[in-house]
Design a protein around this ligand. Structure first.
Ligand SMILES: Cc1cc2nc3c(=O)[nH]c(=O)nc-3n(C[C@H](O)[C@H](O)[C@H](O)COP(=O)(O)O)c2cc1C
Ligand code: SF4
Length: 488
């Protein structure tokens, strides 16, 4: 399948046509025909669970911009993005963006870092977000703001965007090859892991001092926390058994409870995965990427390098350990769970369903609505099994004009507690606020999943919506991106 055979959702003018299209694909995606306004809206209902109070059901996912300063402070681009997070009207700000707990753990040389010298910068981000939020909604009541704490592990690039400096937990037969890692490339020692855990404790303490309500101990997208979950082949206390593979999480959380009582802890995790994908070489012609196909798993079965995948066929998900993991979160007193999947580095069609691939991706191997439905159905199942936890759902941006209808139905029917916005927040942060306020939804501002916000950082440029956001569209950066894309 390629982009030409996938029905463009932007061409559907009515919600009934979208519902019909979903049925024709035999997918299970709930979708309301009418949007309910203001206080009656399921998306405007407050959420009260134990001591957590969130003023509505709209969440902003962490959205990094690759636009911090070299020392890890926010730039004017970062401040603008956080203002827009505030303007969204969302009462749950899940993490803002990935903030590295140390310089070495940065995913790119412009990622924010949490340290003494960035205290003022991070405080300012929170402040501008709250001010803007108040302007949109009239009050900061029920606004719940977290900071996403990360170490980028295998995908560290702290010093230059074209200089990977992976910090790995084990040797991965496919990803090592992609990164050019030899068999003797060092793995992180247990002692180094202990030091990283302490970095998380220190970071959580500072987050609390800066006024953040919670920290997210990031366990998704192939970064360090996520890699622990698939460390089946690692020896020692952080690898092998489920208990060992979750020791990092437990030690981070135990330390936070001891040293930072009062701050809430959340976890964003990749609930399922698949093997790394690549463009089909037979169908990649004239510089155009072919549709994605899975890397060969010859001699790799049982597959021991994934989490949430079947060892006998790692192109299929297996939620057994996913359920065990969420059960552990509940035992640890963690109530906030953000469900995502896969990785932007090795299977972007799973992680962020899109019609157009990023420069290092591939054409969609299936209608992206399959990916959306997969995310939604997994979150629904988790919510059914763990009704006391607060779930945030992901991968809604591909729904485009019908995002409000689907988000409302999903919350109303209890598939999730909150609907999360990722890419849409870069183009049209207020979409759900407008829809539920009864304002006209501005279709020209809707994210069409062009993926330039991912391609730009791959080329060493700040992320942003180059095609639709006038701030980037008309900037010198847009010209640089055009040149960089042409050089592919
Ligand atoms: C430019 C960009 C930056 C992102 N930054 C982060 C991040 O810092 N942390 C994170 O957990 N996910 C990050 N994501 C993933 C999104 O939060 C979200 O999971 C993904 O885009 C799918 O949701 P959507 O369909 O609403 O876009 C990023 C995605 C994009 C496109
Ligand atoms: S570049 Fe803009 S339209 Fe494209 S995926 Fe990113 S946010 Fe959406």
């Amino acid at each position: 399948m390629n982009g030409r055979t996938i029905l463009r959702l932007g061409s559907l003018k009515e919600v009934a046509r979208f519902q019909e299209h979903v049925r024709s694909l035999q997918l299970n995606i709930p979708c309301d025909s009418e949007i309910v306004r203001c206080a009656e809206s399921p998306l405007r209902q407050p959420l009260l669970r134990a001591e957590i109070k969130i003023g509505n059901r709209i969440a902003v996912h962490p959205m990094e911009g690759w636009d911090g300063t070299a020392d890890g402070n926010p730039s004017e681009h970062t401040i603008r993005r956080w203002k827009r997070f505030g303007r969204s009207g969302a009462k749950l700000i899940w993490g803002g963006e990935a903030v590295a707990v140390t310089h070495e753990g940065r995913a790119n040389p412009n990622q924010l870092v949490i340290a003494e010298h960035t205290r003022g910068g991070l405080e300012c981000l929170r402040k501008v977000l709250v001010e803007e939020h108040r302007r949109t909604t009239g009050s900061e009541e029920g606004l719940f703001i977290g900071l996403q704490l990360t170490h980028s592990g295998r995908f560290c690039r702290p010093n230059a965007h074209d200089k990977p400096e992976p910090r790995i937990l084990y040797h991965h037969p496919i990803l090592d090859r992609r990164l050019g890692l030899t068999r003797d490339y060092p793995i992180l020692t247990d002692g180094e892991i202990g030091a990283i855990i302490e970095d998380f404790h220190r970071a959580a303490k500072m987050a609390q001092e800066l006024g953040f309500d919670f920290v997210d101990i990031k366990h998704c997208h192939g970064y360090l926390g996520h890699e622990f979950l698939s460390a089946h082949t690692r020896e020692g206390k952080y690898g092998g058994s489920f208990e060992n593979r979750t020791r990092f999480l437990r030690e981070v959380v135990q330390g936070i409870r001891l040293m930072v009582p009062g701050i809430h802890v959340g976890v964003r995790f990749s609930a399922f995965d698949t093997v790394p994908f690549r463009p089909d070489p037979a169908l990649s012609v004239n510089g155009k990427l072919g549709p994605g196909i899975p890397e060969s798993q010859d001699n790799l079965i049982p597959y021991r390098w994934g989490f949430g995948v079947k060892q006998s066929d790692p192109t299929q998900m297996d939620l057994t350990e996913t359920m065990q993991f969420v059960s552990l979160l509940e035992e640890l007193g963690i109530r906030l769970v953000n469900v995502t999947a896969g990785s932007p580095y090795y299977n972007p069609h799973i992680q962020r369903p899109a019609l157009y691939p990023p420069s290092d991706g591939y054409q969609p191997p299936e209608d992206p609505l399959f990916g959306v439905a997969q995310h939604m159905n997994v979150t629904r199942e988790l919510k059914r099994r763990f009704p006391n936890l607060i779930f945030v759902a992901t991968a809604y941006s591909y729904l485009q004009d019908f995002l409000p209808h689907v988000a409302q139905a999903a919350v109303r029917e209890g598939w999730t507690d909150l609907a999360g916005l990722g890419r849409m927040v870069l183009t049209y942060p207020e979409i759900l606020w407008d829809a539920t306020e009864g304002n006209e939804v501005q279709h020209k501002r809707i994210c069409r999943t062009f993926s330039d916000c991912t391609t730009a950082p791959r080329k060493g440029l700040p992320s942003g919506c180059y095609p639709l956001d006038s701030y980037y569209k008309s900037s010198a950066l847009a010209e640089q991106l055009k040149v960089a894309k042409a050089e592919r």
